[in-house]
Write a protein that binds this ligand. Sequence first.
Ligand code: B12
Length: 446
Amino acid sequence: MWLLLVLLPAAALPARGCRAPGEAAVRVLSARLLGLAVEPGLDADPGVYVGLRLAGEHDLRAEQRYLERLRDTFQGRYGRSLDSASHSSHGHRHRDAEHSTDTRAAAQWPETGRLALYLLGLRATCPPPDPGPQRFLVTWLKYYLEKDWKGSRRHGHPLTSYYQYSLGVLALCIHHKRVREEVIQRLLVAEQHRRFRHAGSSTVDTEAVAALAFACLEREQLVRSRLAAELRAAVRGIRARFVAAQSEDGFIGNVFSTPLAMQVFIATDKCRTQPAYGRAMAALLQRLDAFTSAAAMAQALPVLHGRSYLDIASMQCKEEPDTLTPLALEPLSVGPGNMMVRLVVECPVPPCPQHLLYDLPVPVPTGASLLDLLRVAPAQGPQNFTFETQDTSQGPFLTSVLGLAAQPQERHYWQLLGGLGSSLQMGVADYRPEDGETVILRLSKW
Ligand code: B12
């Protein structure tokens, strides 16, 4: 079955004339994403659905079931008007108690990015779903963008992040909905002043999504000509910075941000003329094995089919090859030998009792992940080593260490670093330390 899958020709999908490599490995990646999507237990994720829809081959029934799972979540939360949500949050009684709790929660903390990805997914669905219920979703997304925008005025940044804010602008544009020019201006000014940087991460992912939003607004003619010219200049600047930032090995930012950066070349029709694009594609094809989480795979698949999120706006429902079958990821082997990794926990921000909370060598089987290591880390004195994670489509996100939970509203997070202080480029489940290495968990602000 494995062999058959690899030998079958991949469907060619030349979208807007950008090269789709059509390699067997790309098809395997699609099949693995499908495998993760049909796995029971994991919550459905709108970004994963977008990835499945922008791939070349499909399992249409599995995609339909996945969409139904998403619909259950999102229609429950956003399937009614904002007015009814604000009424229910002021104590009005509802027949459907569960529904009203869900809508009330929605009215509080913006879920800009997930809602934007869901709307992108709906627009990428064939045949197009009934547009009626989408009306409320669009209103909710506009409301979240405004909340984010106000947050950004008070604190100097959106309540969620510039990444999510950009996704919000992009999704409304793909649905051909206008947003206030001030909302766009704020993103543009942040880009012009290079405000996307935050601790421990490069700006490439966020710049790429912002550039896609700008390119969409310009292409769909949703802004006045003066602003359109500014957006065009910003996209040109971002593209030039990507070319300058490309490393010797072909990546832009790192392996995980490269697909998003490549989307900008596709969306602006530079994929055939810009050599950086071809180099990035070659580099990506060499490292498809790095894409192990559903979210990472879903972000890589569009460019591997020569597509960007902007193609969703002009998606035409033709017959789609219903030929994909799910493939399970083989677990990586560990052992037989053992290794020693030094685990350090640092807490340098205000709520911390002291700076250094933990520092011990931990014996683990060779090839163990950081997550395996955390599970067996020994007690230091009277204190057991404890930690908590939360499942996301990127994998388990470390939320708490030694009883100290990072407060997302304070923009605190448990950052993962190597011994020399460099931020790791993978999460706890994917990172595999080497013998003798030091790993630091540090409560940081981003
Ligand atoms: C913003 C962001 C963050 C913020 C998230 C907080 C927030 N409220 O927004 C902060 C700064 C906390 C963060 C932390 C980390 N991040 Co980050 N992050 C991003 C970014 C730019 C956008 C994510 C997003 O908003 N997606 C859209 C929303 C709608 O989707 P979502 O699924 O709801 O997003 C949530 C999860 O993605 C989660 N999250 C964010 N980063 C990570 C990383 C991992 C490994 C996990 C499991 C979850 C996770 O927080 C998001 C917001 O709630 C992505 C870029 C990208 N290409 O995806 C990188 C990205 C996901 N992060 C990455 C990494 C490596 C990390 C860290 C491991 C860095 C480090 N060395 O500490 C840590 C996670 C450590 C931990 N505690 O487990 C990598 C993941 C690579 C991979 N596939 O393994 C990415 C792809 C960046 C990159 N190009 O390298 N990140």
